[in-house]
Design a protein around this ligand. Structure first.
Ligand SMILES: *Cc1c(COP(=O)(O)O)cnc(C)c1O
Length: 444
């Protein structure tokens, strides 16, 4: 399997399936490219027409270990033979407890921790909010501009971007308040240098003077914003926000659903900041594609809700737990985190010079290999270049490389390749991406 789209994309079988999909599946369930995958291996996928793509999108940040990782496959096969489902509320199984123990150990902080499991990222966020409200007996939740926290009622309310996540789906959940995120490239207050502290000071002021610090249960944020455009929080902001929360007994919820599990070269992005959150949500790469999410937090907070107040029919499915244990073991014992760091440095080495070379590249940023390229029509005004981003992504696809966009203005190309990608595939993928950026720049 090497990159090969010589048959043309989409091929006849994918085209046929796209017609059937249009008949059978609502249009709102979006797809970036019109292909149907038949099989995958590591960072490559082959579609139903036999076209093979290099994958820099990782099934939307889920495949940090790539497809068919031997350790994950072995664990899943073994568990499938034993039992596929029990429901932890009916009769328990050891995998659930082992995943909880492992996350309690790996999540930053020396305090006693506990973990509950659910199915999706949105569900983890919902549970984190429920637990925070119960534990503090307060109702307000503070979130940030550009945030993404899922598509359920609370998740979508916490999410910043109206189109496509919120439009027409209201009314939204109450008691959710949004503050400016320190986006260094587009500082909402102050300058790129001062935006971290300025946003922290502003947050403290709004909490104290408008919300009332004794009404705020939690602050939730992504240390590196994902859907919002791969925007890392400045260091001073994270440290100051942690202080602000601690001083007011507000819980600090770190949503690491996209940035966690090695995506930034560390197990959790919070480790880059030496910040210890009160609760962490994980999902996406946690079980290498099987649906699993978790809320890990201070034991006393996690234990606040009454017996039977938390849970769900499928939460912590045994097969997903087996996969997660394999993922967590591989990330802890293998060399993937070092590989991720090297991958990030290599990508930055190739992409950073484009900021000077190309008019269309306004910013290249990220943490480790979680990297965003923000496209603009004019470097001075920073006018978002949404059409250019779409053109780059489409040109990559036509050349056999899968990449995704992000950003409140749909103008960020983001990289989240499986950490297992070979150096050759990574470079080949980057060659295609850089060619696409140059061509788009020349056409602008
Ligand atoms: C993807 C994502 C979610 C939602 O996860 P789902 O599994 O799609 O519900 C929540 N928060 C962040 C930061 C995410 O990236």
């Amino acid at each position: 399997m090497t990159r090969d789209v010589s048959g043309g994309v989409p091929g006849p079988d994918s085209t046929e399936w796209t017609k059937r999909r249009e008949e059978a599946v609502p249009r709102a369930v979006f797809n970036t490219v019109p292909i149907f995958v038949d099989r995958g291996e590591g960072a490559r996928v082959t579609d139903v027409d036999g076209n093979t793509f290099i994958d820099l999108a990782g099934g939307l940040a889920v495949l940090n270990l790539g497809r068919n990782h031997p350790r994950v496959l072995a664990a899943v096969r073994e568990q499938v033979e034993k039992t596929v489902h029990e429901c932890f509320h009916v009769s328990m199984y050891t995998g659930y407890v082992e995943v909880a123990e492992t996350l309690n150990r790996l999540v930053p902080g020396d305090h006693p921790k506990k973990t509950m499991l659910a199915n999706s990222g949105a569900e983890a966020v919902e549970n984190a909010v429920k637990i925070a409200r119960y534990a503090t007996d307060r109702s307000a939740i503070v979130c940030f501009s550009n945030a993404f926290h899922g598509r359920t009622l609370v998740g979508m309310t916490l999410t910043a971007k109206e189109m496509p996540y919120k439009k027409g789906f209201g009314p939204y959940a109450p008691e959710i308040y949004r503050l400016p995120f320190p986006y260094e490239y587009r500082p909402p207050i102050g300058t790129s240098e001062t935006v971290g502290l300025a946003c922290a000071e502003y947050a403290a002021d709004v909490i104290d003077s408008q919300l009332g610090s004794e009404s705020v249960a939690a602050v939730i944020l992504e240390p590196v914003q994902g859907e919002g455009g791969y925007i890392p929080a400045p260091h001073d902001f994270m440290v100051a926000l942690r202080e602000i929360c601690s001083e007011r007994d507000i819980l600090f919820i770190d949503d690491e659903i996209q940035s966690g599990l090695g995506r930034t070269g560390k197990m959790f992005a919070a480790e880059h900041y030496d910040v210890v959150p009160d609760m962490i949500t994980t999902a996406k790469s946690l079980a290498s594609g099987l649906p699993l999410s978790a809320v890990t937090g201070l034991a006393e907070v996690m234990d606040a809700p009454h017996v039977a107040g938390l849970g769900g029919t499928y939460g912590g499915n045994p097969v997903a737990c087996a996969a997660a244990l394999a993922v967590l073991t591989e990330l802890s014992e293998g060399d993937l985190l070092e590989r991720a760091t090297r991958q990030g440095e290599h990508i930055r080495g190739r992409l950073d010079p484009l900021v000077d070379e190309l008019n269309v590249v306004g910013d290249v940023r990220g943490l480790g290999p979680m990297i965003g390229i923000e496209l603009v029509t004019d470097k001075r005004t920073k006018e978002p270049a949404k059409t250019a981003a779409a053109a780059v992504i489409n040109a990559c696809y036509e050349s056999g490389v899968l990449v995704l966009k992000a950003g409140t203005y749909d103008n960020v190309v983001r990289l989240m390749a499986p950490l297992v990608i070979s150096e050759e595939d990574l470079d080949e993928g980057l060659d295609v991406l850089i060619d696409a950026l140059r061509a788009t720049d020349a056409a602008a």
